[in-house]
Design a protein around this ligand. Structure first.
Ligand code: DGL
Length: 266
C-alpha cells in the first residue's frame, strides 16, 4: 500500500487516453499528469531534444515524490526510454512493448501496420518489438504527423480529419494489414475516423488498457498498489494551463479541478 502518486507524461493531451485507462483500472491511485504543451509536438523533434524534455519532466515528477513513471507518449518511449530508466530513481514504464505484444497476439494474416509519429516510425521501436513476438510478421509503418494537431486543436470531427486519414491510411490498406497499432497516444482520439477508413475487419490496437494492466501488475508484484480511498488527480501543463484544462476536460469527459503551470527548467 502506498499513498505516493504515479507520474504520467506526454507532449500534450494524447497521454490522457492512457490516464483514462489508469483511472478506470486503478481508481485508488493518486495520479500526477504532465502535459508538455510548451513543446508539443515531439514527433518531429530529434532524439536528443525529446530525451532532454523527457528527463526534465521525469525529474519534476520525481520531485513530487512519485513511486513510478508511465511514459504515456510513444515518441518519448521510442527515443528516450533507456536513458530515462538509467537516470530515474523510480521504475519507468513505456507504451511500446504492451502494444506490440497485443498486436502480435491479434494478427491472423501476419500483416501489421503501425501508425506513429515520424520519430516513432524512424526509431523502428515497434517493428523491433513486434518481431520479437512474431518473427515472420510483415510490418508497414506509417507516420501521421497531422493527426497530433487535429487532436490538440479539437478538430477530430471536422471533414479535414477524414481527408487526412484517407490519405495516410491508403498505404495501410494496400498492405492488407488486419491489425493496426495506434502507435501514438493522440491517435485513439481519432479512432472513429481511422476505423471508418480502414473498415470493420481491421483490429485497432489502442494500448491504453494494456498499459494500465502492465502498471497494475507491476504495483501488485511490488506490493505498492493503493487499495483504498479515491485517487486524486493533479494535472500540470508547461504552457497555457487554461487552454489545456479546457481541452483536457473535453477529452476526459470529466472535470479537472485545476491545471497548474509548470515551466520546464524554470
Ligand atoms: N502522443 C505522443 C506519442 O504518443 C506524441 C505526439 C507528438 O507530440 O508528436 O507519440
Amino acid at each position: 500500500m502506498s499513498k505516493k502518486a504515479i507520474g504520467i507524461f506526454d507532449s500534450g493531451l494524447g497521454g490522457l487516453t492512457i490516464l483514462k485507462a489508469l483511472r478506470r483500472t486503478l481508481p485508488h491511485e493518486n495520479l500526477i499528469y504532465f502535459g508538455d504543451s510548451a513543446n508539443v509536438p515531439y514527433g518531429s523533434k530529434s532524439k536528443q531534444t525529446v530525451t532532454r524534455f523527457s528527463i526534465d519532466i521525469a525529474r519534476f515528477l520525481e520531485s513530487q515524490g512519485v513511486k513510478m513513471i508511465v511514459v504515456a507518449c510513444n515518441t518519448a518511449s521510442a527515443l528516450a526510454l533507456p536513458t530515462l530508466r538509467k537516470q530515474c530513481h523510480v521504475p519507468v514504464i513505456g507504451v511500446i512493448e504492451p502494444g506490440a505484444k497485443k498486436a502480435a497476439a491479434s494478427t491472423k494474416n501476419g500483416r501489421i501496420a503501425v501508425l506513429g509519429t515520424e520519430g516513432t516510425v524512424k526509431s523502428n521501436a515497434y517493428a523491433t518489438a513486434i518481431l520479437k513476438y512474431t518473427p515472420h510478421a510483415r510490418i508497414k509503418q506509417q507516420s501521421c504527423p497531422l493527426f497530433v494537431p487535429l487532436v490538440e486543436e479539437n478538430w477530430t470531427k471536422k471533414p479535414a480529419a477524414l481527408l487526412i486519414a484517407q490519405d495516410y491510411l491508403s498505404s495501410v490498406r494496400r498492405h492488407r494489414a488486419d491489425t493496426v497499432i495506434l502507435g501514438c497516444t493522440h491517435y485513439p482520439v481519432l479512432k472513429k475516423v481511422i476505423a471508418h477508413v480502414l473498415g470493420p475487419k481491421v483490429t485497432l490496437i489502442d494500448s491504453a488498457q494494456t498499459v494500465a494492466q502492465a502498471v497494475q501488475t507491476f504495483l501488485r508484484e511490488n506490493n505498492i498498489q493503493e487499495t483504498v480511498g479515491k485517487g486524486k488527480l493533479t494535472v500540470y501543463a508547461s504552457d497555457d494551463p487554461a487552454r489545456f484544462k479546457r481541452l483536457a476536460t473535453h477529452l476526459l469527459a470529466d472535470k479537472i479541478a485545476t491545471v497548474y503551470l509548470k515551466k520546464l527548467n524554470a
